[in-house]
Design a protein around this ligand. Sequence first.
Ligand code: SF4
Length: 322
Amino acid sequence: MNNKMWRLGVPRALFYYYYGPWWEIFFETLGIEVIVSPPTYREIMDLGVSLAVAEACLPVKAYYGHAAWLASRVDALLVPRLVSVERKSYICPKLMGLPDMLRATLKPCPQIIDTTVNLARRPEEGLAAAVQGMARAIGVRGHRVELAKAAAEARYRSWTCERWGDTKGLETGNTDQAGERRYALPVGVIGHGYLLYDRYLGMDIPGKVAALGGQVILPENIDPQEVEKACRQLPKRLYWTLGRKIIGTALYLMEQEKVAGLIHLTAFGCGPDSLVGDLAERYARRRGKPFLLLTLDEHTGEAGLNTRLEAFMDMLYRRRSA
Ligand code: SF4
């Protein structure tokens, strides 16, 4: 197969917000033209809503929209079957079934590269198998695969560094242009990356909090070791990678006196979120840390959400100045 002819579509949704640059560089180094769908906008969301089953969570609906946007523009879609991205932890089952759900829905449907990614038992071997599997799907083998993997890893490291700094969020979060108020009011904004960093889907909550004078602290700003340590407070280990990251960040931030409050962004229809959100809220209540739960779906009105956010930030300021 002449892979130079290929255009590979990567939906800008779900785990794109965690691994997108890795995938792009890997395939581009192997001579594939990578086309990433544009940032979510109304038509993409409407397309996703029209294709997905009503019970699907908001991010999965958005994923359908991105995949459908790409379907007629590419030769193949990259939809890895994500089972696990770290030892003894798992990704939400909805993501395992994505390739099958898309095949059954997109008409016509381009080829789908659905390499399984399962790092739960032996992470290194699992990663090597996933990388080889993705390369094999486009007809590439041998040392070129290792070179592409090295290039992807290097780019991924610099991307995470550029984006999240050195993971010391409490010191280096959104330092400001707008005066002392920001410095005075660090606020944790937690949730799935594909909600927090998709400005349309997540209604740019981090940006709104910053505009209201908050110093935004995101899950990716916190040292992963601190997150894991905080998770040990739970009576049982959580097996969802993202759920653990969210609750661990919440527990860590609750212990930081200078954090004024927490905002948890969740998706309607998300099973893990309903558990993690409830847990986080209970812990916050016990510890007296103000907590705002915002649940989004495709019908959420921005005006109502802005009002709740403003009221919460006002309450935080009043508490601080009392
Ligand atoms: S974790 Fe929740 S938001 Fe994410 S894909 Fe699963 S159900 Fe959807």
